[in-house]
Design a protein around this ligand. Structure first.
Ligand code: HEM
Length: 130
């Protein structure tokens, strides 16, 4: 199989249903982990809207249907996060929640690492304060 024909991360993890499970687990971790309470509080009470947006975003980031930028392409993600103080600790805890969700729902280790690396790059980009 050539590079261009290789299955996307989206396909390899199990498509929309897998993205759903990862995002649900991610916010569950964020609500449960004591060290995540600062970033959990940034998100306000209701997470339903947020879950839906993150699912759309991750769908297209993993090579699935382009659901996010078709709806809200601008401003870019980093700019959308500027209203929130995201220091190294906040970004690390965000990734800790994501890694727990990936460990639960992405069985294939190679795919899990690829997805982790992709999301880690995004999390690094969101850091906006020391
Ligand atoms: C690094 C630590 C991060 C923190 C503390 C953080 C926090 C936040 C907060 C507080 C919001 C606004 C929630 C609201 O309006 O109720 C938000 C929005 C969002 N975040 Fe993050 N975020 C982080 C990283 C990321 C990463 C790595 C991604 C993608 C993989 C991401 C994807 C999103 C999306 C899709 C939205 C919704 C933007 C929109 O309204 O279109 N965030 N984030």
């Amino acid at each position: 199989m050539s590079e261009s024909e290789a299955a996307s991360i989206y396909e390899r993890i199990g498509g929309a249903e897998a993205i759903d499970r990862v995002v649900e687990s991610f916010y569950r971790q964020m609500s449960l982990l004591p060290q995540a309470q600062t970033i959990r509080a940034m998100h306000g009470d209701g997470l339903i809207g947020m879950k839906s947006v993150l699912k759309k975003f991750l769908s297209e980031q993993t090579g699935g249907p382009v659901l996010y930028s078709s709806e809200k392409g601008h401003p870019p993600m980093r700019q959308r996060h500027m209203a929130f103080p995201i220091d190294n600790y906040a970004a690390d805890v965000w990734m800790e929640c994501m890694d727990l969700a990936l460990a639960e729902h992405v069985a294939d280790a190679e795919t899990r690492v690829q997805l982790h690396d992709k999301v880690q790059k995004l999390a690094d980009m969101m850091r906006n304060t020391g």
